[in-house]
Design a protein around this ligand. Sequence first.
Ligand SMILES: Nc1nc2c(ncn2[C@@H]2O[C@H](COP(=O)(O)OP(=O)(O)O)[C@@H](O)[C@H]2O)c(=O)[nH]1
Ligand SMILES: [Mg+2]
Length: 319
Amino acid sequence: MKDWIEGIKNRERRAIARIITFLENDHADSEFLVQELERLAKKAYVIGITGPPGAGKSTLIDCLITTLREKDLRVGVIVVDPTSPFTGGAILGDRVRMVRHALDENVFIRSMGSRGSLGGLSRATKDAVRVLDAAGFDVIIVETVGVGQSELEIMHLVDSVALVVHPHSGDVVQVFKAGVMEIADLYVVNKADMSGAAKMVAEIGQYVHLTHDQTEWNPTVSQTIPIQGKGVVELWEQFQHHRAFLQESGEGIRRRKEQTVREVKERIAAEFQAYLEQCIQESTFQEQMEEVWQGAKLPHSFAREWIKSHLIRRDREGI
Ligand SMILES: Nc1nc2c(ncn2[C@@H]2O[C@H](COP(=O)(O)OP(=O)(O)O)[C@@H](O)[C@H]2O)c(=O)[nH]1
Ligand SMILES: [Mg+2]
């Protein structure tokens, strides 16, 4: 593991990839590694790009990478697809869109697939961000595929959230419904070469006006045409404004604190779940269940009594 840390310090891609995979598998002895990573953390700027499939997120990120590389910034990209069982490799379409950066050693692109549970996926993504931060990437971009609860979860891991839609995405209603509109710091009407872009910008502007008072950050609405390389530099400027806002207002620190609380909660829940699974296997559990099976006891009271006795037991044993 010491070698791995050295590899990270030397920004070796193989070490970066290996550590991400190791942490993804949630080994019991990963704590040491995470501690070392935390020590190296350089405090990258982490941005989240979310929006419906086909909105042009990957194409936009490809352009953003170019813009950032021109400023000599190192860029890490994590593409998260909760619907894909694949991991480590590539979510094909996304990798193809960013392929021109594949040989640039200052760019690292990684896909993360489903880890069986949503909590597992967001924990693994959080760790991947840690690894890239420790490896000294200046900007880390997290792309999530789709619009739903899982995207909301993942977006809690980043500093700034951009929601990308395109003029013909009838999905905007869906986006509204899923609650994604509320979490965006920046709105991007992508593929602005298509008709209807101005209308979409106006609609989102109206939404922002209705939902935000003028005192805090007011989400910006940008237009981009990644296939022509247009609007991307301006979008990066908006990101920088938001970053400055996060720093000056204290909102950045507040968000990071909240993220840590979430992470702790998720880990506690995962530990409890593992403990429960273990208890269920025990014969005493099966015997007690007999009463429920025979209708002598309600599942509700059984569950309550079980929790009581186990928490007290663990407490007494000082575990
Ligand atoms: N007209 C137009 N099409 C675009 C633009 N950017 C991307 N696309 C197309 O939109 C499709 C989906 O792009 P992709 O980046 O994979 O979307 P994602 O699913 O949100 O990552 C592809 O066929 C792209 O070529 C653009 O600026 N204008
Ligand atoms: Mg994509």
